[in-house]
Design a protein around this ligand. Structure first.
Ligand SMILES: *Cc1c(COP(=O)(O)O)cnc(C)c1O
Length: 232
């Protein structure tokens, strides 16, 4: 069932990505992270069959389960996109390839310390909360620059860019302003000499990915539009 769904949804999404890039005059490649949370491992397998390489989960436990069910077959590139509790860091760092949700300095320090201990590099994005919405995690705008600098300076942690979420059910102007402010923050990092390992912008979900791409997103996290509604 997921195969059929992707056969319909993926070409449409690809078309819309291309159109959004054309409207904004942007050509940088956009990575589609297929968000399979709330769907079984069948969704991951269908995504891989459809040629998607990048898969996102927002909970460590669900990631563990799906990795286990895939044992022995090809694994996707796993993205952790949800909040990571500090007490789960040790267990989590070998499970994902990139974490989009480095949302506090303490979490960053924990990730760095465990990565040093495990002799590996954790790749991730700093999550910023430019809209100031209380329900959203991430560094607030006022202190973001200094905190991103502090995170980027930690050992064994490769900061590859920024991630954000637009306010839920906001109108288009607010969504667009959130994404534009995040891009501006990334540009300011470069201007201030904060050395990041890449310039990725993880912005955009099913409801707002076209606006995100117009505003410079390089990674969109798509669940519902690819796989249908989640079972809660
Ligand atoms: C669930 C989730 C998504 C995907 O949401 P859809 O609206 O289903 O595309 C993207 N990003 C994060 C952080 C999520 O938790």
């Amino acid at each position: 069932m997921y195969d059929e769904r992707l056969r319909e949804s993926l070409p449409r999404v690809a078309e819309r990505i291309a159109a959004a890039q054309a409207r904004a005059g942007r050509g940088a490649p956009v990575t589609v992270v297929a968000v399979t949370k709330g769907h079984g491992v069948a969704a991951v397998l269908a995504a891989l069959r459809a040629g998607l390489r990048d898969v996102g989960e927002n909970r460590v436990q669900e990631l563990v389960e799906k990795r286990g069910e895939l044992a022995g077959s090809a694994q996707p590139v796993w993205h952790l996109i949800g909040h990571l509790q500090r007490n789960k860091v040790r267990r989590a760092i070998t499970l994902f390839d990139r974490i989009h949700s480095i949302d506090s300095l303490r979490l960053a320090q924990e990730l760095s310390a465990e990565a040093v201990r495990a002799d590996l590099t954790v790749r991730g994005l700093v999550q910023v909360n430019v809209s100031g919405e209380a329900t959203k995690g991430g560094f607030d705008r006022a202190r973001a620059l200094a905190q991103i600098a502090a995170v980027a300076a930690l050992p064994a942690l490769a900061v590859e860019g920024l991630m954000t979420m637009a306010p839920f059910a906001a109108d288009e102007a607010v969504v667009r302003a959130t994404f534009a402010a995040t891009r501006a923050l990334l540009e300011r990092c470069a201007g201030e000499g904060i050395a990041l390992q890449a310039s990725e912008l993880s912005m955009g979900m099913s409801g707002d990915y076209e606006i995100a791409i117009e505003e410079g997103s390089t990674m969109i996290r798509l669940g519902t539009i690819l796989f249908g509604e989640r079972v809660p």
